[in-house]
Design a protein around this ligand. Structure first.
Ligand code: FE2
Ligand code: FE2
Length: 272
């Protein structure tokens, strides 16, 4: 079923936290490990506008359906970061504009040249780049949703759970758009399948890993996925990617964890 863009554009909104008592975090603070993960997540969410900058120099910007979605997507992701910043601030952690600026400045020359390299690469690939962009977006939304699910499970904090479930609800809609666009574009072009398969296998890395120090990415992946339901979550993420046309057998997410030195116990669906 096609994604209902008109409905989404009317309903896109800041995640609603009007009824949340943030003082709950003073009464029952989060663990240091959870705060570290939330820093990682806030940095990713608030960096969305920079990811958007790099995407608007590609053929995706010529497609008004995609730019309509990206406008709303960027708005909602902004508020995800803002809400997580509020949680961090309740713990006297660095958050907000000063932190966002620091993260951007730390990117250095990479941040300056990325729109140029992205523009040139996409121009060479042409319209099939959009299929790769949409597939990449789907994988990142799946990953973000899974990371929030694991943080909910690992931390088991009622107020955090309430907030993250609302963020997850919006991530699910982002995923629905990326997934439907990716599937349709991959189905109609073998070339798009080949380019996307190559790009994901060679270039994809866990969302946020391009802006965070390597040790922070490793910490977050290990804390969230190397326990209890973590291996099952990774297995399921790989299966979801496999179901996109032309992407079977990539083992994308589990291979990415291995690159960070994280070896999960093998998940066997037959005995789960
Ligand atoms: Fe988000
Ligand atoms: Fe999202």
């Amino acid at each position: 079923m096609a994604f209902e863009l008109d409905t989404y554009k009317q309903e896109a909104a800041a995640v609603n936290v009007d009824d949340i008592d943030f003082d709950d975090f003073r009464r029952q603070p989060l663990s240091p490990a959870a705060l570290r993960c939330l820093h990682y997540m806030a940095d990713v969410e608030t960096h969305t506008v920079c990811y958007l900058r790099d995407l608007l120099v590609t053929p995706s910007h010529q497609n008004p359906r995609i730019t309509t979605f990206l406008t709303m997507w960027n708005y909602e992701e902004f508020w995800h970061g803002d809400v997580i910043d509020r949680i961090l601030a309740m713990h006297a952690e660095e958050a907000g504009l000063i932190r966002h600026r620091k993260v951007r400045l730390k990117q250095g020359i990479k941040n300056v040249v990325s729109p140029i390299t992205q523009c040139l690469t996409a121009a060479v690939v042409g319209d099939d780049f959009i299929a790769t962009h949409m597939s990449w977006g789907a994988v990142n939304e799946w990953s973000a949703h899974a990371a929030y699910a694991r943080l909910i499970a690992v931390e088991d904090h009622p107020t955090l759970t309430k907030i993250l479930r609302r963020i997850q609800h919006q991530e699910t809609r982002h995923l629905a758009f990326y997934y439907s666009e990716a599937k349709e574009r991959l189905e109609r072009s073998k070339k798009a399948q080949n380019i996307t398969r190559w790009a994901l296998a060679k270039l994809w890395a866990p969302v946020g890993s391009t802006i965070a120090p390597k040790y922070e990415t490793r910490f977050m992946l290990n804390h969230l996925f190397n326990s209890d339901g973590g291996p099952k979550t990774i297995f399921m993420l790989d299966q979801k990617v496999d179901k996109l046309p032309g992407l079977a057998g990539l083992d994308l997410v589990s291979k990415a964890l291995t690159k960070y030195g994280i070896r999960l116990p093998r998940f066997d669906p037959a005995v789960a």
